[in-house]
Design a protein around this ligand. Structure first.
Ligand code: NAP
Length: 326
């Protein structure tokens, strides 16, 4: 597994990380044994970067990580998020409440100081208001967190955050069906030494190539209850693309790929071909997926022709289908 530097943190993180939302059972139930197997497999595959949040399963994802990490001789980097808990969201943000949330996260994770705390898609007015960054600076000074970053929905939010002198990382939605950051954000992120963490690399699993029109999602899975953005931002689940359209687009693209290439490897490798990306936090609901995804770090870069095909397909077929703005 190759490693890259995560922006201003200076941490060496594995190119393929692990997204741990599913460990909160928010994609349907993951038994304790499977959750533990997923985490252990990740480390066995050389994964050293894990992303979670206080709200994943109401703290369950952090708890599982906290328990598991006690068994490790070498500690991975664990990034969590703050800002969507009912104590803060949508309009009760203040430094004391953020500090309390972070202290609760640290306790669940079993750490003294949080490696990286990311603002978790906080409302636009809170983000652009600016006070929240000053509070995060203070909390860094106080030793509650080592570094802070932000996870955002929209590119204008990402660009705004990038300008903050202490912002270490940005977590964005980026994949072959969401390519705009290449031109609008990456040059700035590089210039400001902001590490890019990629979420939804497989567009909630669509880009694994296995989804079909009759695929049934668990009713507790956000891919069922937030399919059309009823519960949270419409641009998030399935990358903002209506499910049926997404399945059709994947099938169309599969037919265009050169012989011997499959859409899952192409999707993850395409992301890694952008040097501004520090780590891809791919989600996985079973260990075999972790193994498969981790293996992409060893694949060679895609050739120029394939990059061109993917760029054209995105611009001509996919971009117009994304709901909720980019
Ligand atoms: N606002 C935010 O900050 C925010 C929002 C969303 C996500 N995130 C972070 O980003 C991480 C990743 O997002 P995500 O899990 O929603 O999206 P994702 O990584 O695009 O998709 C993960 C899903 O793809 C499928 N999959 C993964 N690897 C596979 C493989 N090798 N073969 C077949 N299927 C595979 C699995 O679906 P099945 O379970 O159906 O098999 C898995 O649950 C999250 O865990 C979380 O840490 C952050």
């Amino acid at each position: 597994m190759k490693a890259r530097i995560l922006g201003k943190t200076g941490y060496q993180v594995s190119e393929i990380g692990l997204g741990c939302w599913q460990l909160g059972n928010d994609f349907g139930p993951v038994e304790d044994q499977e959750a533990s197997a997923i985490l252990h497999t990740a480390v066995d595959q050389g994964i050293s970067f894990f992303d979670t949040a206080d709200v994943y399963g109401g703290g369950l994802s952090e708890q599982r990580i906290g328990q598991w990490r006690q068994s490790l001789s070498r500690q991975p980097i664990i990034a969590t998020k703050v800002g969507r808990d009912a104590a803060l969201y949508p309009d009760a943000y203040n430094k004391a409440a953020i500090k309390k949330s972070l202290q609760a996260s640290a306790k669940r994770l079993g750490v003294e100081v949080i490696d990286l705390a990311q603002l978790h898609c906080v409302p636009r007015e809170v983000l652009f208001g600016g006070d929240i960054f000053a509070w995060m600076e203070d909390l860094k000074q106080e030793g509650i967190i080592k570094h802070f970053g932000a996870s955002v929905e929209m590119l204008d939010e990402a660009i705004f955050c990038c300008a903050h002198p202490q912002l270490a990382s940005l977590q964005i939605l980026f994949n072959i069906f969401r390519q705009d950051a290449v031109d609008s954000l990456f040059p700035l992120a590089e210039q400001n030494e902001v590490g890019v963490i990629v979420r939804l690399p497989l567009a909630s699993g669509l880009l694994s190539g296995k989804m079909t029109l009759d695929h049934a999602f668990d009713k507790g899975d956000h891919r069922s209850y937030n399919k059309d953005g009823v519960a949270f931002h419409v641009g998030e689940t399935f990358n903002g693309i209506p499910y049926e359209k997404g399945v059709a687009l994947v099938e169309q693209l599969k037919a265009k790929l050169p012989e011997g290439q499959n859409i899952l490897d192409v999707s993850l490798r395409w992301i890694l071909d952008h040097p501004q990306v520090s780590s891809i936090i791919a989600g996985a609901s079973r260990s075999s997926q972790v193994v498969r995804n981790a293996a992409v770090s060893a694949l060679p870069p895609l050739d120029g022709e394939l990059h061109k095909l993917l760029s054209e397909f995105y611009r001509q077929q996919v971009r117009k289908e994304i709901r909720g703005g980019i």
